[in-house]
Design a protein around this ligand. Sequence first.
Ligand code: SAM
Length: 318
Amino acid sequence: IDSDTSDEAVRATCDDATICKRFASSKSYWKDPYIQYFVRSVGERKAPEINRGYYARVQGVNHLLDAFLRKTQCDCQVINLGAGLDTTFWRLKDENLMPRKFFEVDFPTVVARKIHNIKTKPPLSKPLIETHSTDSLLLDAHSLDSDRYCIIGADLRDISNLDEKLKKFQLNPELPTLLLSECVLVYMTPSQSSNVVHWAAETFPTAMFVNYEQVNMSDRFGQVMIENLRRRQCNLAGVEACQSLDTQRERFLKTGWEQSDALDMMTVYSMLPQDDVARIERLEFLDERELLQQLLQHYSICWATKDKLKLGLSQLAF
Ligand code: SAM
């Protein structure tokens, strides 16, 4: 597979994520009033186990993100790496949980699409204008910079360029920083994703990194998942390296993070607030509970912390 083809296949994955989130939120698995402005139609029905999987992913990531925001009393910044068409900025604004500044990075072509939607849809642009006080709002085709929200087009495999662009947009390395990557590192080679994680550890003395992606890929079910990705012409070196929860944690522990934990999504699902889990389990009948379990056992959340300011970040968990 040549690299342009596989990059294009990777960029297309952001539509999958948004389409699945759009469908699940339309079924009331969780509320997302903004995602409709990024994908117009609800689209084809998705299987109940897919919807439950996305529910676990969204709630699991939000749990750690919100815990970090509360711990730092929002006196922090968030950097969503490979954010795609993610709507977290608007959720945090509505829930009064806005960090000092919320950054997103993705390929320039993905960013251009996102910015176009923001420009043309008032429900998206209004909250952005409301959180902006100075008159220097930058909005061009490939970047957006306001007081509280910044979207940058950059390739995460080019670390010096990434670092330079973030600093140009007033990133403050001394501020407690939450880095998030949701189904992103897996599309890079192991050495490229280690570079990202290492750069983050070197740059931010007080930080938490939350990474959601595939795990346990060496078993039979994992091999079937890899086969599906192969058909889509994605580069597979990253996903093949997702062998276990320990390999997930080691990536952080080897690159300068002080502490790291990882859970598979079946475990996360069982630790989410069970009244809400009971509510979503009533939304759609699920035939094969075993299939859901297998699916959830092949995704994980891994998080790592560094805590120079001694805020107690290592306590953040499920
Ligand atoms: N994080 C979003 C979510 O969960 O809804 C999007 C996930 S999507 C599966 C993966 C995203 O990572 C895509 O938007 C893709 O363009 C981005 N991505 C992957 N590799 C990247 C790279 N090297 N540089 C910048 N963005 C990248």
